[in-house]
Design a protein around this ligand. Sequence first.
Ligand code: NDP
Ligand SMILES: N[C@@H](CC=O)C(=O)O
Length: 816
Amino acid sequence: MQQQVQNIEYSASLNPLKQVEVTTNVHKFGGSSLANAQCINRVVEIIKNNAKLNDFIVVSANGKTTDQLFSLLECVDDKDQFTVQLEQLKNDQAALINELLDSSQAAQLLQQLDKDITFIDVEFSNAFTSNRNDVLAFGELWSARLLATVLSHNVCQANAIDARNVFILDSTNNFQLNEQLSKQNINAEKLANHLNIFTGFIASDELGNSHTLGRNGSDYSATIAAHLLNAKNVTLWTDVNGVYSADPRIVNTARKLFRLENSVAKELGRLGNPILHANTLKPLTTHNIHLNVASSFEPQDSGTEIGAFGDIAKSEISVTHNNELIKIDSDEFDARILEQINTRFQPIYQCQNKTCFVISQQFADLALHYLQEQGIKFSIKNVSLIAVVGYQIANRGEIKARFKRALKHTDIAQFVGSSNGHSLLAFFEHESSVELINNVHSQVTKDSRNIGVVIAGLGNIGKRFLELLPAQLARVHALENVHLVGLATSKKALINTDGIEVNQALELFQKDGLAYNNQLLLEWLSHHPYDELVLVDITPSEQFSNLYQAFFEQGIHVISANKCAGSSSTATYNKLLSTQQSTGSQWLVNTTVGAGLPVNYAIKDLLNSGDTINEVAGIFSGTLSWLFSNFDGSLAFSELLQNALEQGFTEPDPRDDLSGLDVQRKLLILARLAGFELELEDIECQNLVPSSLINLSVDEFLTQANELDEYFADKLLEAKQQNGCLRYVARFSKTETGYRAKVGLEILANAHAFANLTPCDNIFLLTTNWYQDNPLIIQGPGAGRDVTAGGLHSDLVNLCRELAVKTKEVEIKGIN
Ligand SMILES: NC(=O)C1=CN([C@@H]2O[C@H](COP(=O)(O)OP(=O)(O)OC[C@H]3O[C@@H](n4cnc5c(N)ncnc54)[C@H](OP(=O)(O)O)[C@@H]3O)[C@@H](O)[C@H]2O)C=CC1
Ligand SMILES: N[C@@H](CC=O)C(=O)O
């Protein structure tokens, strides 16, 4: 059982790193989630992993129990049938109890079950005249008692509560909930340091009569309980894994909506969404309760969170349809009748001149009966609806235009914006076809995928990347739905699921960033609310690169400037590649070699075109290129090194350049891209750092860097004596038996192609089958803030372009 040892928990919604006060949470499990012993065991696991003591667990009746009870009530004139069905019901319940508990644990529940079955039998003899709801209540009662007993024996103390002792409906006021009394009751009934298992669906009035809360009443029970308990979160654990941008059984490109603004969710419920029900959402208005829809069959999946959010969540658009509506027309409606219609039949639409309204067919009989009773003359028509729903969508001209475009070839009876502005409604006098619904969905949601970006590393290159981000987001169409949602350095992180204002990102990071650890970061990343999440790694950290495996497992995309993962061991690297490919994550590494130069892209293109890479050679270090191009003896080598550091060319620790490690890593990355399998140690490497400087801190090394001067002065003299120059060269070539790979200092003739570079330039010579006598050359600045940050932006744009054309079909699990 997950007990909060300290009195803190982490906010799941906006800033996951922020500690918030512990509050009561409510979890609701529907009938299909509790259908059999296996399902109940799964629910116990979910409770262990997601609930804490003092939380409320609201349960529906197991599986089809409510249907069985309804069926018994129908048997009023058929004793034989009643007896058979009652026996079946008893056996089913007893079997469930016996499967989940040993005989001593089960005894009391079985005894209680016998009593309940006798009660139903007696009620049958009375023709169920007065206590129908008492019979129906057994479904939830049995479910709550069983779960409480299983939890008590296996997890922690649990207490079953009969909601009829809590929720009191006022029979003198349209059976509205008596909030004050119900609040007192819930506080009196709950037990501290227990899990409180609460029956959904049922309530009673002040006279003690049982009532049910109607279709999907248990969801409603959960949100009422949350409201009375001042709970912050309600999770509806159900058989679907969230709310989609359209019914995924019909639209297989529907997107899961990870977050839905309260008012939009209510609108979906009002229009007949099969998961969100208008009543369930009613209690959410009063305080800031977040409602989560999650799957008990796939509890690790992020579901849909409903609450108060910022602009990113508010931009979500969905399409809902309803073929089971009737339109009632009359010119005899007066204010009193309209008020009754509004309170009793939840109209989806009412015409402006008040001569018609549209209601769900489930209310049709009641509504028609009511109008007849009132002597109103009216006509009715079956109609259907396709609605586009989103925050203040009625005011979004471009969506309205796209919706209309999708309906171009269809007869529309009415096209209106809802009075609350959150939906555009098109009514038809025929059923909406699957094709039409798909067409509307693809037209109105076509670029609504949200991409979150997290930047790790805000140093030399990271800061420049961030500086360039606002202009890129404003300028590049492919980045239209890209949102900066996280920033991290080694010490602190800022995550804001609602988006971090890009123009003030660094200030916000300084002000609001919080200490974090990788575990916390991974937890958030595994439940992020975006269609796609991109992590831009601009750290030099091997430890951070060890998280890639987890990122790829979560389907997160990575853009690396960090070279560690690309040059890790073959086993690690291959595992990363295979995970990345299996989950569809993208891994872009262009800046790991040559900064912004497109050498990685060039190698990939050559291979794609059927060519073979036979040799890669060149100057791969911007720092060493700059140093050796400028080193003519007029300044000490260590002075030049300091200068290269200040210009942002070097690694955070310049010994990674001087030791050859940086070049060795780059050669390995390119060789792997070219299709060779080798380890870093397979590349011979000349280390230019003397042993006296190896074990120092970076600061100590820089202070003592003049120890390098004599060695390099001698080397320069040697080169001059040979009429040559010093260059640190990388060479890889395919041989008959495998390959040869080395990086090291060479004296080159002054006329050599590698000798005549602009300081800091890299040069890559690619010798291939097709570029044999005249190798392909890529040359240009190979290090520095602008070119590297620019290269990372190029990767981001390329990635977003790929993601824009990615189609993801919904896998329907659990939806029936
Ligand atoms: N300079 C260049 O031209 C090029 C550089 N690169 C690569 O870019 C990367 C960054 O270089 P540069 O900006 O110069 O480095 P800096 O040292 O200037 O900045 C590094 C940043 O990474 C952060 N960081 C370090 N470790 C971690 C960690 N474990 N988790 C999260 N954040 C961490 C640091 O945070 P803190 O401040 O808290 O330590 C700092 O913000 C390197 O991998 C480098 O090889 C690639 C191509 C070209
Ligand atoms: N320190 C590196 C930076 C780019 O990778 C270099 O100098 O090339």
